[in-house]
Design a protein around this ligand. Structure first.
Ligand SMILES: [Zn+2]
Length: 171
């Protein structure tokens, strides 16, 4: 008996995805920011982002193939791509709150919401003339805007309060 090719292909695809339903991500905002429009981005490996679409309602549906993933929220040019949470392989619905409630350790350093550590976090400082650290190693000169536990940026805030150097995320 001959199995139609298309039927076989769809059977293989549904077996691969396990026929999992899409994952619902619901983001709630404080009353003053009820009408924020933003894009939900998913990243499985840092630097490889895919879009979960733009929504005004704060409700996004991710394909089961997109998880597990880290989730980021982006409001357009000039705004930071903010880490908002992670979704695990077994999750079918995720509820997130923006802005994130951030914790600080006893020294006043932010605790990263992803790795839950504070040893690699730096506070973002917005100033008119951002400071830059110059490092000369042999004949190579590199510049970094991270000095001590602060990351110096321009005077326009992109919305992020801190950055984790371990995870390379802003929050
Ligand atoms: Zn971290």
């Amino acid at each position: 008996m001959k199995i139609p090719g298309l039927l076989l292909l769809s059977a293989l695809l549904s077996a691969a995805s396990g026929n999992k339903p899409p994952v619902t991500v619901r983001i709630t905002f404080p009353p003053s920011k009820q009408h924020i429009i933003g894009e939900l981005l998913t990243a499985r490996q840092m630097g490889l982002l895919s879009s979960g679409g733009w929504q005004k309602s704060g409700v996004y549906h991710l394909s089961a193939d997109a998880v597990p993933a880290d989730l980021f929220f982006y409001q357009g040019p000039g705004s930071d791509t903010l880490y908002v949470g992670s979704v695990a392989a077994q999750d079918t619905a995720v509820q997130l709150r923006l802005p994130l409630v951030l914790r600080k350790n006893l020294l006043g350093h932010y605790v990263c919401p992803k790795c839950h550590k504070s040893d690699k976090t730096v506070t973002i400082v917005n100033s008119e003339a951002p400071l830059v650290r110059r490092t000369i190693t042999g004949t190579d000169t590199t510049y970094s805007s991270i000095i001590g536990r602060k990351l110096y940026e321009g005077c326009i805030s992109g919305g992020a309060r801190a950055h984790c150097q371990r995870d390379n995320i802003r929050f």
